[in-house]
Design a protein around this ligand. Structure first.
Ligand code: GLU
Length: 448
């Protein structure tokens, strides 16, 4: 038998050959496989069963046409997808993303990450992801509804409460989930548990909207507690201005920290006095407008074009909550030079591979998305439990469980890293801990 490192390399090379047109998926693979080697060295049975080849291949990839009519009567066509990547631990679970950047590569990377994220929650959910290259920006409510109805008309064939349970992601919030749910119900039947992130008016869970952002901050809280520190008075750089960023900012304030930035795809706000959360919510959640509106009300704040990660501001905490690859190597070096000590990823894969390595080498506590942003999907799984019980839990109960789950994930990553001789390398800890749970279930289930 070749050694574990040669084995991982061979599998990695083969994936590169077969998927060389899928850069984001390859990036996720390249980040993941090398970190699994210490585990494989201790567990030769996984290598004997060629588990890496099995686990990196999606169980099923679905692609479909989404035709819809715009407000001017024009016929439009988008691509719809669902990647059902791994069901060893439970039904496929993961969000739907509506964004022009969506393609097979992006969704395969997201679905691959989702498998291990979901495993880390300790809950019985497999990994999947889906979406469309549909751009919701500038679309009317009617157009959004027509698109969602067409998308679900096809997707409904492949999902169900015990089969595959989509939720939101970028461009998909409770409005879209409402329309998707309505169409699913019309085609099939009333299955409350077929989607999560549902509105509170029908079967949604308290705390789901806040869960990803809150969870990322809880993760940082438990990490800091280990260092006998709190979030109190610590300055934070936050990117994004969607659901994840807004509730990350909210929880940072609740725990005494000071978030000074947020961003959209054109630029970012730097508000030295701290981001005005109510104003941000009003602009993004109620008015659905651009961030440039913020400085009209807060003239002392600055709106600066470009990436927030190219901006020099001293801070101890960074919460990238926008999208993949927003932090490159140069930005990572800049963050290190500006005194960053903790990077907790609210988004999926916001740091490039080089950036992540830079953080780890510089001794920054790098909390990868699959661990730090698992709060969202964890509360989705709690929503599924509530739907099965025909109950809606109180906010406090959901929040307490979320905090407990994030604590468990952090401790699992920390202890797994130590166990494999890589203390403080939470990326390695997260990858191995997630992998171990999925791989074990796969071996028990046999070659399927
Ligand atoms: N889209 C979220 C994620 O990236 C949540 C998925 C879910 O709730 O199923 O984890």
């Amino acid at each position: 038998m070749t050694n574990a490192s040669e084995y991982a390399k061979k599998v990695q090379e083969k994936i590169h050959q077969r998927s060389n047109h899928e850069p984001e998926f390859l990036q996720a693979i390249d980040e993941f496989l090398p970190t699994i080697i210490p585990f494989l060295e201790n567990h030769p049975e996984y290598q004997e069963h060629n588990i890496l080849s099995l686990i990196t291949e999606p169980e099923r990839v679905i692609q479909f046409r989404v035709p819809w009519m715009d407000d001017n009567g024009n016929w439009q066509v988008n691509r719809g997808y669902r990647i059902q990547f791994n069901s060893a631990l439970g039904p496929y679970k993961g969000g739907l993303r509506f964004h022009p950047s969506v393609n097979l590569s992006v969704l395969k990377f997201l679905a691959f990450e989702q498998i291990f994220k979901n495993a880390l929650t300790g809950l019985p959910i497999g990994g999947g992801k889906g979406g469309s290259d549909f751009d919701p920006k500038g679309k009317s409510d009617a157009e959004i509804m027509h698109f969602c109805q067409s998308f679900m008309t096809e997707l409904a064939k492949y999902i169900g409460p015990n089969q595959d349970i989509p939720a939101g992601d970028i461009g998909v919030g409770k409005r879209e989930i409402g329309y998707l749910f309505g169409t699913y119900k019309r085609i099939k039947q009333y299955d409350a548990g077929v989607l999560t992130g549902k509105p509170l008016e029908f079967w949604g869970s308290q705390g789901r909207k806040e869960a990803t952002g809150y969870g990322a901050v809880y993760f940082a809280k438990h990490l800091l507690a280990d260092l006998s520190e709190t979030l109190e008075n610590k300055k934070a750089i936050v990117s994004g201005s969607g659901n994840v960023a807004i509730y990350c900012i909210e929880k940072l304030y609740q725990l005494g920290a000071k978030p000074v930035t947020c961003s959209d795809s054109n630029g970012f706000i730097y508000d030295k006095a701290g981001i005005d959360l109510e104003l941000l919510k009003e602009i993004k959640e109620v008015r659905r407008e651009r961030l440039t509106e913020y400085v009209k009300v807060r003239p002392n704040a600055q709106y600066i074009e470009g990436s927030v990660w190219n901006f020099d501001v001293e801070a101890e905490l960074a919460f990238p909550c926008a999208t993949q690859n927003e932090i490159n190597l140069d930005s990572a070096k800049r963050l290190v030079a500006n005194g960053i000590r903790v990077v907790a990823e609210g988004a999926n894969m916001p740091s490039s591979l080089e950036a992540a390595d830079c953080f780890v080498e510089a001794g920054v506590y790098y909390c990868p998305g699959k661990a730090a942003n698992a709060g969202g999907v964890a509360v989705s799984a709690l929503e599924m439990s509530q739907n099965s019980q025909r109950l809606q839990w109180e906010t406090e109960e959901v929040d307490e469980r979320l905090d407990g789950i994030m604590k468990h994930i952090y401790q699992n990553c920390r202890d797994t890293a130590i166990e494999h001789g890589a203390k403080d390398n939470l990326m390695l800890g997260a990858n191995i801990a997630g992998f171990a749970r999925v791989a074990e279930a796969m071996l028990i289930q046999g070659l399927v």
